[in-house]
Design a protein around this ligand. Structure first.
Ligand code: SAM
Length: 324
């Protein structure tokens, strides 16, 4: 989020400049999640635009901020945190701050969420992707080509629906800034992330051979995640046709040195991975094997994979403008 903040703020300031005088800016964060990050991006954008308005001596505007996530997201937690958040804004900025109205929008962004031409700025900082991959959990070096193609086709379908929906919802000249996980190499299995899934598949196969899980369960699990290349993204954006690409680049993020401070190789990395992936693995393989599974991952991880390499990720930043 911090790596893409500058681009999001630039897009918002350009928009303010282009749409002024206007009374209201409607901003949507798609996949806001819950917890402190849910309002963080939106609040920094609102602050930056309001600061600019103040510097230019313009009248107040109103911000309407839509926080979207899937219906089972903990919106209650988000809403409960809002009064404290608003108090803090008032304390820091005083009453001269423009008003900001926050709305929750439960639903999938793979479809329409808002009325036509109702949004000025859309941001989305999400890493989502996809749904015969015998003995594998994701695209791996041993997967047949049809696996890669199925992932790619699903991504093309999902991302096109996403673009078409946003294209209807955003005003002409509106901006959209997205970050999503991408890949630099030819095949997703060459990336650091691929090694993680190969290690997990190997551990699960061991557990299947010990009779702890059924081998068929491994074949039927496909991690719903795809990392597109920049070329694949350009092609889909051009094919959809209603957005101009303002920026498209890999974000520079230092790899996280999970283990340096703690001296416990792999331990922190396994904690992060477990937090992100356990719900998905648990619902497929069952809760009973989870502790055993992650203990084995940590043990094998120490021998087989460098934590630094596993901390490498390739987020892509896409900044788009809605054509007239
Ligand atoms: C990695 S979190 C990102 C949270 C936050 N934007 C941030 O940057 O910290 C991804 C969020 O996207 C949401 N999400 C995934 N698929 C979605 C969809 N189809 N529609 C709406 N939200 C979705 C998830 O529920 C999750 O809260």
């Amino acid at each position: 989020m911090s790596a893409s903040m500058e681009v999001m703020i630039d897009a918002a300031l350009d928009l303010y400049r282009d749409t002024f005088p206007g009374e209201r800016l409607n901003i949507a964060d798609l996949g806001c999640s819950s917890g402190p990050n849910a309002v963080l991006a939106i609040s920094q954008i609102v602050d930056a635009v309001d600061e600019k308005r103040h510097q230019l001596g313009h009248d107040h505007i109103e911000f309407q901020c839509f926080l979207n996530d899937l219906p089972w997201n903990d919106f209650n937690a988000v809403f409960k945190a809002l009064p404290e958040f608003c108090e803090k804004v008032e304390e820091e900025k005083g009453r001269d701050h423009s008003m900001c109205f926050i709305v929750g929008v439960p639903g999938s962004f793979y479809g329409r969420l808002f009325p036509k031409r109702s949004l000025h700025l859309i941001i989305s900082l999400v890493s989502e992707g996809v749904h015969l991959n015998r003995g594998n959990l994701w695209i791996s070096k041993t997967s047949p080509p049809c696996v890669f193609n199925s992932y790619l086709e699903q991504f093309q379908k999902d991302f096109s629906v996403f673009l078409m929906s946003r294209s209807e919802e955003i005003v002409i000249g509106g901006r959209m800034v997205l970050t999503l996980m991408g890949r630099k190499s030819k095949s997703p299995s060459d990336e650091a992330f691929g090694c993680t899934w190969e290690l997990m598949a190997r551990i699960l196969m061991d557990m299947a051979s010990e009779g702890l899980i059924e081998a068929e369960k491994i074949d039927s699990f496909n991690f719903p995640f795809y990392t597109p290349s920049l070329d694949e993204l350009v092609e889909l954006i051009k094919r959809e046709g209603t957005f101009t690409i303002n920026r498209l680049e890999f974000l520079q993020m230092g790899s996280r040195d999970y283990d340096i401070d703690h001296g416990r190789k792999g331990h922190d990395w396994v904690k992060v991975t477990r937090a992100a992936l356990e719900p998905m693995l648990e619902s497929h393989f069952g809760r009973d094997i989870m502790d055993d599974f992650f203990i084995r991952i940590e043990e094998s991880f120490n021998e087989s994979i460098s934590p630094r390499r596993n901390a490498e990720v390739n987020p892509v930043l896409v900044s788009l403008v809605r054509k007239g």
